[in-house]
Design a binder for this molecule. Structure first.
Ligand SMILES: [Zn+2]
Length: 412
């Protein structure tokens, strides 16, 4: 008889695995969630070792959990998150609601500059404590993997500090962490122009961070108020020279064709993409680049331009959904809310939304071979929900919380 560490019985499984398996969207065809009914899942050494459809499986387990007829999903993955920052921009929000323009707020030292200043001034332990609070909110709602970006340090010393804190958070919490170096987020105050800072990123920051192994990817903010396509390409070339995959904040506020640059470098993901033109979508598909949708920023900025969802579906580009948690444009520490927003604001189906935070998000972080699906051999990052159907996970806001969360087979 097979002996396993953990057996979860009496469950329905939203495996997010499809018969003709790929990460593409097929909302036009089916609404299946890769469901397996009346099943059990066996776990050994942190991996899924068996999926059984017999409710009384002949397996000896060190521990057995009765799922009470609930649904088991892969652990949720937040693939775009600016978790670590100091300061507080709630007063800026209040001012904006009273009619003060963003330009005026920036002139008074607000906006991203205020977050950079507050982040630089905060101690390591202060930053870590703030990030831990945000992390715990996400973990409580079933998030088992997260991407953490730097980007509020904007100097070698401070970017290194933020990425080091991200690695410490990974060591001290059960959640799995992927880090992204986002030095090309904004112009730091000590640089007179963008090009001089891009040169610093390429000559100093990326080589140093790469040598320390602190970043799993390199990210950029390609926008009129960020960096140009040519400057982002310089960053990507440098990242490539240091064997780091790339991704980008692109087409959020205008169509600069940053997505095509990401595709040219076989980037992991093109993020935001509200202004991406349908005609450019096939290039994402050809590059295996994931379209990361960030409805929280769209909501907070009260944007009107919708991402080209129909073209993404038509060309079968994998979609992911993430929080974009940050103090300025998406102050929401809830991936479950982002799932709901993706349906209501962008018209995703609940199944696409769940794919977006499981298999789609896993691919956006380059983890599709081990996470984001319930499949033999995959990591046992699992969430048990007391729900009648997986569409409930996208339907409401704070109506449903996980019954149990497992990180590599361990319940915390
Ligand atoms: Zn972002």
């Amino acid at each position: 008889m097979l002996e396993v560490d953990l057996l979860i019985t009496n469950i329905n499984i939203a495996s997010m695995v499809y018969p003709d398996y790929n990460l593409e969207n097929h909302s036009d065809k089916e609404d299946t969630y890769g469901a397996i009914y009346h099943a059990s899942v066996a776990v050994t050494a942190g991996k899924i070792t068996a999926i059984l459809t017999d409710n009384q499986p002949l397996i000896k387990a060190k521990k057995t959990i009765d799922g009470a007829g609930g649904w088991l999903t892969p652990g949720l993955i937040d693939c775009h998150n600016h978790l670590i920052w100091g300061g507080n921009r709630a007063r800026e929000f209040e001012s904006r609601l009273q009619g003060v323009s963003y330009a005026e707020i920036s002139k008074q030292g607000g906006g991203i500059a205020s977050t950079v200043k507050a982040t630089r001034e905060a101690s390591d332990s202060q930053l870590k404590a703030l990030a831990e609070q945000r992390l715990s909110r996400l973990m409580a709602e079933g998030v088992t993997s997260i991407e953490i970006k730097s980007g509020y340090g904007l100097s070698l010393a401070h970017e290194q500090r933020l990425l080091t804190i991200a690695r410490e958070l990974a060591d001290e919490n059960p959640i799995h962490v992927k880090t992204s170096l986002l030095a090309a987020h904004a112009l730091p105050p000590e640089f007179a122009n963008n090009q001089a800072y891009i040169d610093e990123i390429c000559q100093n920051i990326i080589p140093h961070i790469a040598k320390l192994g602190l970043a799993d990817a390199v990210d950029v903010f390609c926008e009129g108020i960020g960096f140009s396509v040519a400057q982002c390409e310089q960053v990507f070339q440098c990242a490539k020279a240091h064997n780091l995959p790339v991704k980008g904040h692109v087409e959020q506020l205008s169509d600069l064709k940053g997505s095509l640059l990401v595709a040219k470098y076989q980037g992991l993901s093109a993020d935001h993409i509200e202004y991406l033109q349908a005609v450019d979508v096939p290039q994402l598909k050809a590059a295996d680049t994931v379209a990361v949708l960030l409805p929280g920023a769209f909501y907070a900025l009260q944007e009107r331009q919708l991402p080209p969802i129909a073209a993404l579906r038509k060309h079968r580009v994998p979609m992911a959904v993430a929080t974009d948690l940050n103090p300025g444009t998406s102050p929401q520490a809830s991936l479950r809310l982002a799932m709901n927003q993706a349906c209501i604001l962008f018209g995703l189906t609940p199944e696409e939304s769940l794919k977006g935070v499981t298999c789609g998000a896993a691919q956006a972080l380059g983890m599709q071979a081990s996470k984001g699906q319930i499949k033999v051999g995959y990591d046992a990052d699992l969430v048990l929900w007391d729900i009648e159907h997986p569409c409930e996970l996208s339907y409401g806001v704070n109506l449903v919380q996980p019954s149990r969360v497992f990180y590599l087979g361990e319940q915390r």
